[in-house]
Design a protein around this ligand. Structure first.
Ligand code: SF4
Length: 461
């Protein structure tokens, strides 16, 4: 299947596509400091910038900067933001968009007062909407889609909760948003449910986070997920929910959240990502067994799937590869040679584990293949007699338009090459992916409202 021209063009332009994390708190002491704690747990969702906005008696306070949460809030900056309500954001680094002006939360004033916003996702109609706003004379201050929410609120004079829900209903996909107003906190998820958003409790107050692992960090207790098409309103008068969109027929929860993106210790879309990944390893082993002596995970992404794979075949799983966690994401490597050198900096082989062994190398996904190719060679150089590659999801062939930053399709191995070609390029003895049917069969039929666009090319929104 070919990628529709418009979609390929969108991917080529490399419009910043945030894969971000958000938190929100209402009725919590030292809300900003607690928000910063939660952002630490969501650091894997974005390393480019971090920020927190708080509100006290209608006055807003904001601190945001480029860098990791520990750098941005390492000197107690969050404690200087007073109030019992706050929102926070971590942002993923994307080429061209890595500027302080794009850091969130965004703060603006409109007829409804001051509003702070933190957004995870990517608005599919964002380019057209930006153009239309510019033609009408609007001043855009950032190059993110997130700012468009603020313009829509202002344009429509959206004051009442029902009017704000109307703005969300017309925004398209994809978003999980927290919005802080002078007297209330709103949390909303698009009707397709692409991005996760969870609700918890802390000291009688409300806590919202992209993933439940943030609640553990903040000392909060998970209650439930915000539903697709739900806007939760938290105010001094209590809580209520408004529904918008036709969520029941449209669900498209991002399956990559469960496969790769969310932390294994979170609870996302009703599942533990770790348990799901282990199940995918079991299914992969049933579909594509291999005679081998040892299963080795590509760290850290392949750990859970490798455990399931080894368990299914009764094989030992061992740490044949070690990852250096101190090589930060700041080590950006343009070009193939530099990327290969970067892989060597990040991973090393435990020779004593793999020498003379037939190794099954397991990972959760295969995107560019750079890391995998380099690791296959390292394993052989260290004495592995065979290296078989098993991938716990289907071939990734298409870009994501819903908030996960992907390479251009031409850089996706499975878009450019056949299975045999990939196996030969990666110098593997064999290669197999978990089928899409096999992956979806891990869920009961009533639960299959997932987006699979990056494997199937079927875009639901
Ligand atoms: S295209 Fe892939 S990464 Fe994007 S939302 Fe769908 S499943 Fe998730």
């Amino acid at each position: 299947m070919l990628i529709p021209e418009a979609l390929e063009e969108k991917a080529r332009r490399g419009r910043p596509r945030e894969a971000c994390g958000v938190v929100g708190l209402f009725g919590v002491k030292d809300a900003a400091a607690v928000a910063a704690l939660g952002l630490h747990a969501l650091q894997h969702r974005g390393q480019e910038s971090a920020g927190v906005a708080s509100c006290l008696n209608g006055e807003f306070f904001l601190h945001r900067d480029m860098g990791l949460v520990a750098n941005v809030f390492g000197k107690g900056e969050a404690r200087k933001l007073p109030g019992f309500s706050a929102i926070g954001h971590v942002r993923y680094s994307t080429a061209g968009g890595s500027r302080l002006v794009n850091a969130q939360p965004l703060l603006a004033s409109y007829v409804g007062g001051t509003v702070a916003l933190a957004h995870n996702g990517n608005l599919c109609g964002g380019d057209d909407l930006s153009r239309a706003l510019l033609e009408k004379g609007a001043l855009l201050q950032t190059s993110t889609d997130s700012e468009l929410f603020l313009h829509l609120l202002a344009q429509r004079h959206a004051l009442a909760d029902e009017e704000i829900a109307g703005v969300f209903a017309g925004a398209g996909a994809a978003f999980a948003v927290v919005l802080l107003l002078g007297d209330r906190l709103l949390a909303a998820r698009d009707p397709w449910g692409f991005r996760p958003l969870a609700l918890g409790r802390l000291e009688g107050g409300v806590v919202i986070a992209s993933e439940s692992c943030a609640f553990d960090q903040m000392g909060a207790v998970f209650e439930r997920e915000i539903d697709p098409g739900e806007m939760l309103i938290c105010s001094a008068g209590g809580e209520r929910s408004l529904r918008f969109g036709e969520s029941a027929t449209l669900l498209a929860k991002c399956l990559l959240e469960l496969i790769y993106f969310s932390r294994p210790d979170s609870f996302v879309f009703g599942h533990s990502p770790h348990i799901f990944r282990k199940s995918s390893g079991h299914a992969l082993a049933r579909e594509h067994p291999v005679r081998a002596d040892l299963v080795v995970a590509i760290p850290d992404s392949g750990f859970s799937a490798a455990m399931g794979f080894a368990d299914e075949l009764g094989l030992p799983v061992d740490r044949g590869l070690i990852r250096n966690h101190y090589v930060g994401r700041s080590f950006i490597a343009p070009g193939q040679e530099a990327r290969t050198a970067a892989v060597r900096m990040k991973h090393n082989v435990v020779r004593e584990v793999v020498r003379g062994k037939r190794v099954v190398l397991v990972d959760d996904s295969l995107i560019r293949g750079t890391t995998t190719a380099a690791l296959g060679k390292e394993l052989r150089d260290a004495g592995a007699s065979e290296v078989h590659l098993r991938i716990a999801c289907p071939p990734t062939r298409y870009p994501c338009l819903y908030g996960v930053d992907f390479p251009h399709p031409q850089e996706l191995m499975a878009f450019r090459y056949s299975l045999d070609e990939i196996c030969s390029i990666l110098n593997m003895d064999s290669l197999a992916y978990l089928s899409l049917e096999g992956m979806l069969a891990l869920f009961p039929p009533e639960e299959r409202g997932f987006c699979t666009a990056c494997w199937s090319g079927e875009y639901r929104a």
